[in-house]
Design a protein around this ligand. Structure first.
Ligand code: AMP
Length: 487
């Protein structure tokens, strides 16, 4: 994942980071060793591994494991997203997790933070390919690349697609900002709007409502097009240029490369300057102004409240006209948007296609899980078996596995107690797993019967093995009361 790999991994190395700078992990900082070192430590050929010398292995800094409870919370969001996509006519698509670097350099813009500083460059350790790959930092550029590559312009337009999946950005990790994070990405390519712009804003808000965040607001702006944006940027550059000495250093650098970005700077030193900066909304060309008014009229017709925010420019270069971001009420001033999107009428052409309008959004799932957790509402139901097959004879594991396999083949979620432990311990484990029933194998199995114990009602009856699948299916296995804090 690094730009350059040390030739022979060793314990103390200066390591090239994706931003090209070189860092030496601080002594004892296992997180950094874990994240920056490029290979197993102590693997010198011919020498046995000494496990006492191995640092503890951890997930790379800025990434995290989603253990079953948290994965279930993400799964719930993915299901809601997939259901909404069907309802709104957005079809599923997948693109590779890595692309030619040029897809992002051309598509997102070489002077953006995402490409300049945050891209994970990928190089194979061997092979013929000499292409410069990068892990995707967002999904739009890859989807548009696929649209051009597969000639989707010949399909009925617009092409409406959606995906959920991980994105990768080398950013300074903090709460809600990770190096691997998940997005729900939705794109409508081939529709100039304005109605589809409103459809997407409404869809985003509906997603937040359906997952359980009722207080999400949308900030809306138009950032113009190639006719009105360049003169606006020139005006902005001149404005900030007059105040150059007052600019923090990063902003001074941005002024040279991408003056629009100064507008959404969260540096308090910029607040007064930004408040007085020229506003794009007052400088839109007539077609852009008409489009913006029409988007607002469509939102009004849907009864959707929004706030026009002239400083909203979004981080990526490819946006034109409509731009929007979702925040929890009261958190608009902060850096952490829940999601955002916008129109990108120039992107298809930038990536080699014919001029084609497009619009989309990406909603960060991690931040939704965090927001739900802050409300004490993040946990989703972890799937549990309807029954677990246990037995009076601890050593009869083959029998338990066979009965469980038959029930699984019949389509039921059924656990099998495969440890050789006493029946009491097996039943305890079945309860811990959240099973509604225990199928108890004993002497009755000889004439084709088992004991079916209702673990929730603490009752038990003898049933024919042949009827078991139908019986369990009828019982449904639904929890009478939600477990694991399910909602
Ligand atoms: P962006 O493409 O930067 O507008 O990102 C869209 C959404 O993805 C944001 O509003 C966040 O919710 C989420 N997101 C972006 N970067 C990160 C990150 N480093 N960690 C977690 N979520 C992120």
């Amino acid at each position: 994942m690094q730009a350059a790999m040390p030739a022979s991994p060793s314990r103390s190395v200066a390591i090239a980071r994706p931003d090209g700078r070189v860092g030496v992990p601080a002594l004892g900082d296992a997180r950094m060793v874990g994240s920056w070192s490029s290979g197993p430590v102590g693997d010198t050929p011919g020498r046995p591994l000494d496990s006492t010398l191995m640092p503890s292995l951890r997930a790379p800094r800025g990434t995290r494991d989603l253990l079953p409870a948290e994965r279930a919370a993400f799964g719930r969001l993915e299901r809601i997203a997939a259901d909404l996509a069907v309802r709104y006519g957005y079809r599923p698509i997948e693109t590779p997790l890595f692309e030619q670097g040029a897809v992002f350099e051309r598509g997102i813009g070489a002077a953006t933070d995402v490409v300049e500083k945050e891209l994970f460059r990928v190089a194979p350790s061997r092979g013929e390919e000499r292409e410069r790959w990068a892990l995707r930092p967002e999904a739009t550029a890859g989807i548009v690349r696929a649209y051009v590559e597969h000639g989707l312009a010949t399909w009925p337009q617009p092409v409406k697609v959606a995906l959920t999946g991980p994105m990768f950005r080398y950013d300074r990790p903090q709460a809600g900002r990770y190096r691997q994070f998940w997005q729900w990405d939705v794109e409508a390519i081939g529709d100039p709007g304005p109605a589809v712009d409103a459809e997407l804003v409404e869809l985003g808000l509906r997603f937040y409502r359906e997952v359980g965040l009722a207080d999400v607001e949308v900030l809306l702006n138009s950032i113009g097009d190639p006719a009105c944006r360049p003169p606006y940027i020139a005006e902005l550059r001149a404005y900030y240029g007059r105040h150059e000495t007052a600019l923090p250093e990063v902003e001074r650098e941005r002024l040279a490369t991408n003056p629009l970005r100064l507008l959404d700077s969260k540096d308090p030193a910029m607040a007064a300057l930004n408040a007085a900066a020229p506003r794009i909304t007052e400088r839109l060309c007539a077609p852009c102004a008409d489009h913006f008014a029409a988007v607002r009229a469509h939102l009004d017709a849907l009864g959707i409240g929004y706030r026009v925010e002239p400083a909203l420019v979004r981080g990526l270069d490819y946006y034109t006209r409509t731009a929007f971001e979702f925040y929890r009420s009261g958190a608009e001033g902060q850096q952490q948007a829940l999601g955002g999107g916008g129109r990108y009428d120039g992107l298809v052409q930038l990536l080699g296609g014919r001029p084609t309008p497009g619009i989309g959004f990406a909603l960060g799932l991690d931040r939704v899980v965090l927001a739900l957790a802050a409300d004490g509402a993040a946990e989703a139901e972890v799937p549990h078996p309807v029954a677990v097959v246990v037995g009076a004879d601890p050593s009869a594991t083959a029998e338990r596995l066979r009965v469980a396999t038959e029930l699984r083949a019949a389509g039921l979620a059924v656990g099998a107690e495969l440890a050789r432990r006493k029946l009491g311990r097996q039943l305890e484990a079945a309860v811990r797993e959240g099973a509604h029933y225990a199928v108890i194998l004993g002497d009755e199995l000889a004439d084709g019967h088992v004991q079916l114990r209702d673990l929730w009602a603490a009752s038990q009856k003898l049933v024919p093995l042949a009827d078991l699948a139908a019986l369990l299916r009828r019982k449904g296995g639904a929890s009478p009361q939600p477990r694991e804090g399910s909602r």
